[in-house]
Design a protein around this ligand. Sequence first.
Ligand code: PLP
Length: 431
Amino acid sequence: MDFENSLAFAKAQDKKDELGLYRSQFLFPKKNNKEFIYLCGNSLGLQPKVASEVIKSQLDSWADFAVEGWFEGDAPWMFYHKELKRLMAPIVGALPTEVCPMNTLTINLHLLLVSFYQPKGTKFKIIMEGGAFPSDQYAIESQVKFHGFDPNNAIIEVFPREGEETLRTEDIVAKIEANGDEIALVLFGGINYYTGQWYDMETITKAGHKVGAIVGWDLAHAAGNVPVQLHDWGVDFACWCSYKYQNAGPGGIGAIFVHEKHFENNNLNRFAGWWGYQEKKRFKMEKGFIPDDGADGWQVSCTQVIPMALYHASLQIFESAGFLKKLRLKSINLTGYLEFIINQINIILEVEQFKIITPRESESRGAQLSIIANKNGKQIFDDLVLNHILGDWREPNVIRLSPIPLYNSFEDIYLTGLALLDISKKALNKN
Ligand SMILES: *Cc1c(COP(=O)(O)O)cnc(C)c1O
């Protein structure tokens, strides 16, 4: 798409946008009665307007049926997760049997590591991206300690080359190959939270399997953002949250993927609970854990109905908008427009006022651009907020802006550029 830095161009794009009507299905934050331009859906997606209705309807079921709600009503709680499995599967390129909503993200990561981090002899190391999201770092560190290893020895981190901000696939693959005999598990974030880099998941998964390692992905920043094909790529396991790109609310329900090739493996450790027990016999309350079929066998506690109802509502929006094709196409154009607008600012100001560290190619990024200001990044970010534009700030020096195809417009991007230019001019004059 050829872009132009003008309001007329942005408005014309919005007029043509068949997904534009979804914007009205979301609630935007306000201050002094003025709505924000919201570019922070990578951190917390906006509330769909149906959310309160959906919660109200579950409260009604609880009121009307009480304990019988598990088996009665339009959508009995006992089987409530099944419809979510159907809706979630296409979001991550999985079979419905391979996915299940449960718990929250880091908890699920731990549960999956219990099953899939199986160090044996000298093959005990985990390879991951340097600068992974802290929760993942802590989870892995504590897991290797739990197995009696020293994190300094058992965790291999891959860092960008000197002077570069993102990882080269060839360097990741080379590191996996060089340490192949020692690697038990390859675990990366699908998209790095800081740089916005979408790793070449298929190639990395293949490289891990070639050295006999298990390969897992944390898709916190990828699920609902970019099209991933977990099943076809042969990924062993994955987990994600629903509150970032999937708009299911703060602390929303998490989800897991386990490839069907592992379904018949009885040697996997699990931290079990009654809700992961064979559904048909769950209420026989018998001794001796027998896992339910597929990903459902990793459930521990009973269904969190209200968070699941929110995720369900949000997944229905994705289904209706057409996730894989239409949303992604708009996302590529919106993010491309933001990149174009930021580069225009540099051209107008005749300095590299903003450097984008996120990769330029659309196959290496999703909706997020990570931007480093030449100077006074935090001040520029704060000024953006004063201008009613909400992205987020990540220490030490990145402004993250994420145009979300479900509810952002080209006009949002144009106006953000206008504000950034204005703020930058003032900042430069001051210096
Ligand atoms: C957001 C995020 C988390 C958050 O985990 P919770 O358990 O939901 O708090 C974990 N890992 C990654 C990579 C994230 O981006």
